[in-house]
Design a protein. Sequence first.
Length: 286
Amino acid sequence: MPVLAIPFPNIDPVAIELGPIAIKWYGLAYVAGLTLGWLYIRRLLARPALWPVDHAPFSINSTDDLFIWVTAGVVIGGRLGHVLFYEPSYYLAHPGEVFAVWNGGMSFHGGVMGTAVALIVFARRNGVPLLSAMDAVAAAVPLGLLFGRLANFVNGEIVGSVTTMPWGMVFPHWGAEPRHPAMLYEAALEGVALFLVLRYATHTRLTLKSPGLTTGLFLVTYGAFRIFCELFKIVDYRLITPALPITKGMVYSVPLVLMGAAFISLARHYPRTATAGSRSADGAAE
């Protein structure tokens, strides 16, 4: 056992209990991630110098409508993705649990698909450039991912494989052997690191001026981070086949990387319009 094996803190999944009503940390994490993402998009829109022809693609007030559509896309797509991509046989036998989102079980890849549909509807209803709307959401997604992975940690789910590293953690439901806290790796990479990468891209490299470029960077970087983190998950964790050490998360992330590369290639065909002599929007008025 590692010298510094860390016991799982065993946090109560219920954050607030009011009589028969129990509010779980899992749900609060999603609310926090979506709310912070909404606020961050508003800040991006408040800086017209970040966008094509120094003009935000839609009004700040429209973010309220965007928030509703994206929330629906994330929740519905994320849940259906988990049901269909990861445990279809279980939910076929227990159809009543398909809608029990509060018990955990959300798929990022399904959430991406749901959000894409929601953005198409939002863009058409509001006459908004679709690629710029996607870029705004992509820049904010890591905030939601960070809280989502922390929620996974509270639930003690998405644990890693057995490890001898000093930071191995003992998860009671997975035996007495220390394991990689894979969900924390994902929180660090998919949440913090990805946010910083995109923040640098949008505010220093001005990628929002090239519609689709920020979305492409998000998809490629997320896909790479996700595939890397999957290496630390339990050896039998949702494998495509027991004969190969390839998880479903890896396989589902490959199309994201390819789509991201396509978006980056597409963005290169758009004229990049920036304020004359400007290399950074850090000094732009909010």
